[in-house]
Design a protein around this ligand. Structure first.
Ligand code: GDP
Ligand code: IMO
Ligand code: MG
Length: 430
């Protein structure tokens, strides 16, 4: 299986980072292709926790080259901090270990300021963004007003374009009652960032094309999740990029026939950070229990995550949208100790049973989940090493999900550490 895309099937934070880290043991390249530092991907290695916002989650494996594709929006300050932190840990993060697309767009200070100012002004209508400037940066990319990382390495051209753009941005910031931004400060900082990042910049598409020809194993690491996708998510409560597996091609510069397989990551229950519809949300003690036991607080913003039962209508839709042929289930250990476990298998909408998510927010708000109730299990499963040793009730839970989705589990994650993972089949060993 030379080229594998890993995506989230819910609203993000499914445990993609952990799964990517586990799978990278057998990969030559790990590639981020969309999103930015709105992502927070957590790895726990030897009891030490690492959260990556931009660096691909395969960075700790010695044989692997990490790539940031053109579809990613890069906050250079955040990226440089991540590189420096890893270097301080003694890791080699030079231009042979990390490659960055010269075409990736740059998050500028006014993107962050606009994101924050809009959220503040919107009050109860806010999206609940991470305020990292993601939306405004993608807006400028599409409006052809953005700066790609390569543009920072041409100071004279950058200077003129920045002056012109700041006029428009400061006009907007004033309208939003936010502080305006000074040219000098941005220019000085960003030209330095350009110098720092220059050795890492390259034509990522070409590197991947050559790698594919040589039969190298490439893992594409999705950020966010299917229902945060700008087209197919719960619009407007979404992020500003296509999070679906199909975007691995555009976001890295590799054609669709080069992708061999898509693996979806499913959390054993559902969480969501920020505003927006969530049919199976639990605003009761079970919701609180899942949040406490699952430590469901945002890896990027620290906000409490909204929690609810597993929604298979959503996940089945994700299987279709992403062409998912294998699944990784995460956080199964968090369900241990519950008397009963519910899984949403359909919705009731105005007296009718439906098995899809409507496009309209009004319709979404009227959905009543229809649950299948399964027996829980008492045993702590975190240190189990073999699938056979899982409690019978856990196996019933897994079988029910597999049968509904008609896709097999390849990995079952039962704890945050690398080792807490039952690998039933490694997609790179096909
Ligand atoms: P991502 O954005 O999809 O990479 O997910 P996050 O890192 O934001 O959130 C997932 C959280 O769950 C992190 O704190 C992980 O360390 C943790 N995690 C991942 N898999 C498991 C698991 O199987 N069990 C438990 N208990 N924690 C897990
Ligand atoms: P990972 O990769 C969970 C959510 C935000 C907000 C919406 C829009 O860690 O799974 P944005 O800042 O992107 O404009 O915010 O999207 N969001 C995420 N939620 N996990 C993420 O990433 C997210 N990235 C963005 O909370 O609701
Ligand atoms: Mg996350």
């Amino acid at each position: 299986m030379p080229a594998l895309v890993v995506v989230g099937t819910q609203w993000g934070d499914e445990g993609k980072g952990k799964i990517v880290d586990v799978l990278t043991e057998k990969a030559d390249f790990v590639v981020r292709f969309q999103g930015g530092n709105n992502a927070g991907h957590t790895l726990v290695i030897n009891q030490k926790k690492y959260i990556f916002h931009l660096i691909p989650s395969g960075i700790f494996w010695p044989q692997t080259v990490c790539i940031i594709g053109n579809g990613v929006v890069v906050d250079p300050e955040v990226l440089i901090n991540e590189i420096e932190k890893l270097k301080n840990e003694g890791l080699k993060v030079d231009s042979t270990k990390l490659l960055i697309s010269e075409k990736a767009h740059t998050i500028m200070p006014y993107h962050k300021a606009l994101d924050m100012a809009r959220e503040k002004k919107a009050k109860q209508d806010k999206i609940g963004t991470t305020c990292r400037g993601i939306g405004p940066c993608y807006e400028d990319k599409v409006a052809r007003k953005g700066f790609r990382l390569i543009d920072l390495t041409y100071p004279e051209i950058f200077k003129e374009k920045l002056k012109a753009i700041l006029e428009e941005k400061n006009f907007l910031l004033k309208y939003l009652d936010a502080d305006t931004i000074e040219f000098e400060d941005v220019y000085n900082k960003y030209t330095k960032y350009g110098e720092y990042l220059k050795p890492y910049l390259t034509d990522v598409s070409l590197v991947l094309w050559k790698a594919k020809k040589e039969g190298k194993k490439i893992l594409f690491e999705g950020a966010q999740g299917t229902f945060l996708d700008i087209d197919h998510g719960t619009y407007p409560y979404v992020t500003s990029s296509n999070t679906l597996a199909g975007n691995a091609c555009c976001g890295a510069g590799l054609g669709p026939s080069e992708i061999d397989m898509v693996l979806g990551v499913v959390k054993a229950y559902t969480t969501r950070v920020g505003e927006g519809p969530f049919p199976t949300e639990l605003k009761d003690e079970i919701g609180n229990h899942l949040r406490d036991r699952g430590n469901e607080f945002g890896s990027t913003t620290g906000r409490p995550r909204r929690c609810g039962w597993l929604d298979l209508v959503l996940v089945k839709t994700a299987v279709r949208l992403n062409s998912i042929k294998a699944l990784a289930l995460t956080k199964l250990d968090i369900l241990s100790g519950l008397e009963k476990i519910k899984i949403c298998v359909a919705y009731e909408y105005e007296g009718k049973i439906i098995d899809y998510l409507p496009a309209s927010l009004i319709e979404m708000s009227k959905l009543k989940p229809i649950y299948k109730e399964l027996p829980g299990w008492k045993k702590d499963i975190k240190n189990i090493k073999k699938f056979e040793d899982l409690p019978e009730e856990t196996k019933i839970y897994l079988k029910t999900i597999e049968e509904y989705l008609e896709v097999p589990f390849y990995l079952i994650s039962i704890g945050p550490e690398r080792e807490n993972c039952l690998i039933l089949k490694n997609p790179f060993e096909n």
